[in-house]
Design a protein around this ligand. Structure first.
Ligand code: URA
Length: 189
């Protein structure tokens, strides 16, 4: 919640950023935490990572409105650097502090499948720390009893050296396509 002080991040961020999407979405996509843009706008995946996600969804002929989009951690963690706010990875304790909020979103939406973007989301959904290389691109059973597919975080693609970026993007598309293909009526929420 906006005034949450279960961990120190809440006191620093502009606002909590809850998930968005249809209440009975079949697929829930879970990122790490809101970034700078998300913190200011109060919506998940509206900055550069969200734009990359939109590019991937467009290539897969998928609509963002059909997905429930959220994050493992609901506040933006950063360190100020001049006029900028530099993203900081949340600690395991901070991720756990947000666990009940993510759990409630999952219970409310009741998605059929979960897509974990990056190591923090994978940790939150699988209940253990993971190496991305070892888990990505495969289905796992998560702590909420649902199938979880792990894929790169879009920020990892944005940070990758130019020469690798396109091949990582293609890999990412393949993983996202697995999630879209898994459910019964792939064009409906
Ligand atoms: N990165 C995330 O993990 N989530 C967002 O909402 C935006 C960027």
């Amino acid at each position: 919640c906006v005034a949450c002080r279960a961990c120190p991040i809440g006191a620093q961020a502009t606002q909590a950023v809850p998930g968005v999407g249809p209440l009975r979405a079949q697929r829930m996509l879970v990122g790490e935490q809101p970034g700078d843009h998300e913190d200011l706008q109060g919506k998940p995946f509206v900055g550069p990572a969200g734009q990359l996600l939109d590019r991937a969804l467009a290539q897969l002929a998928w609509r963002r409105e059909y997905l429930y989009l959220t994050n493992a951690v609901k506040h933006f963690k950063f360190v100020p650097r001049g006029r900028h706010r530099l993203h900081q990875k949340p600690t395991v304790a901070e991720m756990h502090a947000c666990g009940p909020f993510l759990g409630r979103e999952i219970a409310l939406v009741q998605p059929h499948t979960l897509l974990a973007l990056g190591a923090t989301a994978a940790h939150a959904l699988l209940g253990r720390a993971v190496k991305m290389e070892a888990v990505r691109g495969r289905w796992h059973t998560g702590v909420h009893g649902l199938p979880v597919l792990v894929a790169w975080h879009p920020a990892a693609l944005l940070r990758a050296p130019e020469a690798q970026r396109e091949s990582l993007f293609q890999e990412w598309l393949t993983d996202l396509a697995c999630v879209l293909a898994r459910t019964r009526s792939p064009r409906k929420p």
